[in-house]
Design a protein around this ligand. Structure first.
Ligand SMILES: [Zn+2]
Length: 199
């Protein structure tokens, strides 16, 4: 097979959930596009890091320094829900049930993947909680990491990190989320249950 084709397959396989066959299908589909469309896609990818910014408070994807959730005064600023990824935030947000604020960690603790307590946004989480606590409110920290091994490790780490913090209640998304399942792919009803039965 053509070496450049093979190399492009390898590049696409670096994306989550993309295997060699799917990567090959993507490339064949791309080959059917006009050159101008391919250029547009290429440019969009090349400029991702400069064009797309993250909210300074919660690390959601944002057009401004603060995302539309953080800058919405109607959101409940006594609740902070911690997720692994922006896609998890989107899933919870789609239920329309949660009116509090978020914190996106950037992944879960998984040293084999190079994701540790140092590389994830725990320091930012500590700072955020400190500033929320400053207003002398009682804060609920809702852990919504995935029910996977690394998600569990992360949840335990967060509990341990804040166990002695006053004015803070730590809860965890409740039943309904099957062990090993992914928040990102949970259906809305399951997520609603998990939010309602947090403990
Ligand atoms: Zn934000």
């Amino acid at each position: 097979m053509n070496l450049k084709f093979k190399n492009t397959v390898k590049l696409l396989q670096k994306l989550p959930g993309v295997g060699p066959r799917q990567a090959a299908r993507f490339i064949l589909a791309l080959l059917d596009k006009d050159q101008s469309e391919l250029k547009e896609l290429g440019q969009a990818i090349a400029n991702l890091k400069t064009d797309i910014r993250f909210c300074r408070e919660c690390f959601n994807i944002s057009e401004n320094s603060h995302c539309n959730i953080c800058s919405d005064p109607k959101r409940d600023s006594t609740k902070l829900l911690v997720v692994e990824k922006v896609t998890d935030l989107d899933s919870v947000e789609k239920t329309g049930l949660y009116k509090g604020l978020y914190h996106v960690l950037g992944g879960s603790i998984n040293p084999l993947d190079g994701a540790t307590s140092e590389t994830l946004r725990f320091k930012e989480l500590e700072r955020r909680l400190a500033s929320m606590n400053n207003e002398h409110k009682s804060i609920e920290l809702i852990i919504a990491t995935n029910p996977s091994t690394s998600g569990e490790t992360t949840a335990l780490y967060i509990k341990d990190l804040f166990k002695n913090k006053s004015g803070l209640t730590i809860t965890r998304l409740g039943r309904g989320l099957a062990s090993g399942s992914n928040l990102e792919y949970a259906d809305e009803i399951t997520l609603k249950h998990a939010l309602d039965y947090r403990k």
